[in-house]
Design a protein around this ligand. Structure first.
Ligand SMILES: *Cc1c(COP(=O)(O)O)cnc(C)c1O
Length: 374
């Protein structure tokens, strides 16, 4: 062992009685790390990924781009080319800007950090995307989750009441919602935007599968921001999300963004893929068609209750969800077990729409598991 390292080890062991328990904030000690289960060799239907590969010609183009990429240089901190492409494919209204994140998860964190005054609150609905609450906890903000109605629609009176009571700095609404899959009523969202004293962020992670958007309404509401990710559209591995809104807001948020949060390769590859946006949208269309077939197949299984979906996944309720989840895993199919999380999701499972073959394998494995447990 080199003497220098030896000396360091010696010094730290001699002096230090500090432990994580003493130093780390109690709310962080109490957290469970976001669990990503191993999936090697499995049919992976747990994470809302696009199951399709890109056409070979496009993959070759990307290979050439990557070969010539200047990875010895820091990335373009302003990501000018990529932002221009995003403006184009989103039809961004005049006067609006985009801010890029390392996935939209990073944008949620950035928004929270920006408004984190003492006592500030993040409000969302429940059940919804768990990151809203997790990030509020990470940075020590209050979090309020307003229960959805029984059918997972927005409970507008309860929302308006909670907004009045809590005066949230930030409201997050996933449109469509994850993990329920439904699209909330657009007029109810507009009433929420008007009633909110702070920012309302409409999270359009599943935009490609619903094709309804609040981006055209950005100019109408000064407290509205729209967030999207490319993860569910076929670029989960690139880690790229964006926030769209007026320059007044985004100029402030830009100050908090780490300058090189989107690397050279993600910028290059995403810009190339956005040139071929039609390819990705065609894949999204196939996924939507498969969603219809999968929903029909699942609804035909007795003991399976399905929920309507405008996203690339389906929420289902079964008896003995955890046993069924384990049975599927033994049969090589990984989905998401929501049982034991939010009470409204008792005995619920969430399955991502895969390729036709993957979906057939899943349905057969589900039927087989149910038969075996009966
Ligand atoms: C998947 C998801 C995101 C985050 O996606 P990133 O991969 O971090 O861009 C954000 N919101 C919702 C509702 C999601 O389901």
């Amino acid at each position: 062992m080199p003497a220098l390292i030896q000396c360091h080890l010696f010094m730290s062991s001699a002096r230090s009685s500090v432990t994580p328990e003493k130093l780390i904030r109690p709310e962080i000690l109490a957290l469970h790390a976001y669990h990503v289960p191993p999936a090697s060799g499995m049919i992976k239907l747990d994470a809302m990924e696009n199951p399709y590969l890109l056409p070979q010609a496009l993959r070759d183009e990307i290979a050439r781009l990557v070969a010539d990429a200047q990875i010895n240089r820091y990335p373009d901190a302003g990501a000018h080319q990529l932002k221009a492409d995003i403006r184009k494919v989103t039809n961004l209204p005049a006067g609006m800007e985009v801010l890029l994140g390392n996935g939209s998860d990073e944008i949620i964190q950035l928004l929270a950090m920006a408004v984190d005054k003492p006592g500030a609150t993040i409000l969302s609905v429940e059940p919804s995307f768990v990151m809203y609450k997790m990030i509020a906890t990470f940075i020590g903000m209050n979090y309020v989750g307003v229960p959805l109605a029984q059918d997972f629609s927005l409970d507008l009176p309860a929302m308006l009441e909670a907004i009045k009571r809590e005066q949230p700095a930030l409201v997050f609404l996933a449109y469509p919602n994850n993990p329920t899959g439904n699209l909330f009523d657009a007029d109810a969202i507009k009433q929420i935007i008007q009633a909110a004293p702070g920012l309302v962020v409409v999270d359009e992670a599943y935009y490609a599968f619903a094709r309804d958007s609040f981006i055209p309404h950005l100019a109408q509401y000064e407290n509205l921001l729209v967030m999207r990710t490319f993860s569910k559209l076929g670029m989960a591995g690139l880690r790229l999300g964006f926030l769209a809104g007026s320059t007044a807001w985004l100029a402030q948020l830009e100050k908090l963004r780490l300058p090189y949060n989107v690397g050279v390769l993600p910028q290059l590859v995403a810009a190339k893929l956005l040139e071929h946006h039609d390819v990705l949208l065609a894949q999204a269309d196939s996924i939507k068609q498969e969603r219809t077939k999968l929903l029909a197949a699942l609804s035909a299984i007795s003991g399976v209750q399905t929920y309507p979906s405008e996203a690339n996944f389906i929420l289902l309720r079964v008896a003995k969800a955890t046993q069924i989840f384990e049975g599927l895993k033994q049969r090589g199919v990984l989905i998401k077990n929501l049982n034991g999380g939010h009470p409204a999701l008792a005995d619920c499972l969430r399955v991502t729409v895969g390729t036709p073959e993957e979906n057939q394998t899943f349905v057969a494995a589900l039927q087989d598991t149910i038969n075996q447990l009966a």
